[in-house]
Design a binder for this molecule. Structure first.
Ligand SMILES: *Cc1c(COP(=O)(O)O)cnc(C)c1O
Ligand code: SF4
Length: 348
């Protein structure tokens, strides 16, 4: 595995080259550790890899420091002993989304935004993922199946934004993804299309010419939300990708998850915001971890999160400060975490 040449982004033919990269992202823990020149790893566990496969694309892998068992990028993808522990409060379905699933592949939880499960897998498998236990097979969709979701959007005029999520929507072929985007684009009352993806930062080859041109041709304003947790994930290799997207007037945002041992300090998060800005991406959300089984070792307490956030706020201009939030089942939106005035305080 992992004997790759470097190829320029411009020379990719539709789908074939990024798919080749994608196929190389599956590996075993021992292959990973060998590549990273780590004889063994005190936290690694091959049984955890059976619960949730190890996948890491080359562009991300290259940013992990060789020989460092505590590298913050490594800890996001390494199958660990602690995933096998049962921890109270951490469950397979922490967000209980069942009530908000009117048709297959579509979640309508918030008033005017619907979310499409536009893919069943990802290029990178993040160990803290709240969808690591998601029954994706129940949501696998053909064009015919998508018609019900499109009809639902068409007949719900209060919906003005469609969010492509997953899994990673960009793992679909250009043909399927662009078809679905174009179908949504045709719906008159949709004012924004949003794509959530971790692929542009972990497998940048994905933005081939055909995909870029397809995105550029949409009439509805497009927002892309990258999922990046640590400044080391961002390098100059990504600049052409984001320059290109910006040239098409696509709004670029990033959301992160606050993860113990990965990014739970103000200096790291401040650097992340600054590096995102350099690439033309603005911070959007900083989420507390969703309590999914196998992820408890990443948890940062609410109290610690607030302390860290106050420090972060003192280091950043307001526009580079992500919104510290948490997803609480049954709430009509993400829940913003208040670190400042409470209702019963007075200003003067
Ligand atoms: C997070 C989420 C959204 C989007 O929320 P925003 O605050 O608009 O980013 C929409 N639908 C579902 C089901 C979600 O989980
Ligand atoms: S990219 Fe997102 S959905 Fe995919 S494994 Fe990572 S956190 Fe989960």
């Amino acid at each position: 595995m992992i004997q790759l040449s470097t190829t320029s982004v411009e020379t990719y033919t539709p789908d074939s080259d990024w798919k080749m990269r994608l196929s190389q992202s599956k590996m075993t823990t021992s292959e990973l550790l060998r590549y990273l020149e780590l004889d063994k790893h005190p936290l690694a566990n091959t049984d955890a890899e059976k619960l949730f496969e190890l996948r890491v694309p080359k562009a991300y892998l290259d940013k992990i420091k060789k020989g460092d068992p505590l590298d913050p990028l490594l800890l996001q993808i390494l199958p660990q002993n602690k995933e096998l522990l049962k921890v109270e409060g951490f469950t397979d379905n922490p967000l209980d989304e069942g009530d908000y699933n009117p048709v297959r592949g579509l979640f309508h939880k918030y008033k005017n935004r619907v979310l499409l499960i536009a893919s069943s897998t990802c290029a990178i498998n993040c160990r803290y993922c709240f969808r690591r236990t998601f029954p994706y097979d129940e949501h696998r969709q053909s064009r015919l199946d998508w018609q019900a979701a499109l009809d639902y959007i068409q007949s719900n005029k209060e919906v003005d934004e469609v969010i492509f999520s997953g899994g990673d929507p960009l793992i679909q072929t250009n043909q399927s993804l662009l078809w679905l985007l174009q179908e949504v684009d045709k719906i008159k009352h949709i004012a924004r299309i949003r794509i959530h993806t971790r692929m542009l930062t972990s497998l940048p080859e994905r933005l081939d010419d055909q995909l870029f041109e397809g995105l550029n041709a949409l009439n509805t304003p497009l927002v892309i939300v990258t999922h990046c947790n640590h400044p080391n994930e961002l390098g100059n290799d990504l600049r052409p990708i984001f320059d290109r997207l910006r040239s098409a007037n696509i709004t670029l945002l990033n959301q992160s998850v606050l993860l113990k041992q990965v990014n739970n300090n103000a200096a790291t998060l401040s650097e992340l915001s600054k590096k995102l800005f350099q690439l033309g991406i603005l911070p959007y959300y900083l989420f507390l971890l969703d309590p999914v089984s196998g992820s408890a070792h990443f948890e940062v307490s609410l109290v610690d999160a607030k302390t860290l956030y106050r420090k972060l706020q003192s280091e950043l201009p307001g526009y580079l400060l992500p919104r510290l939030s948490v997803e609480i089942a049954g709430m009509p939106s993400k829940t913003l975490i208040n670190i400042q005035l409470s209702d019963n305080e007075t200003i003067l």
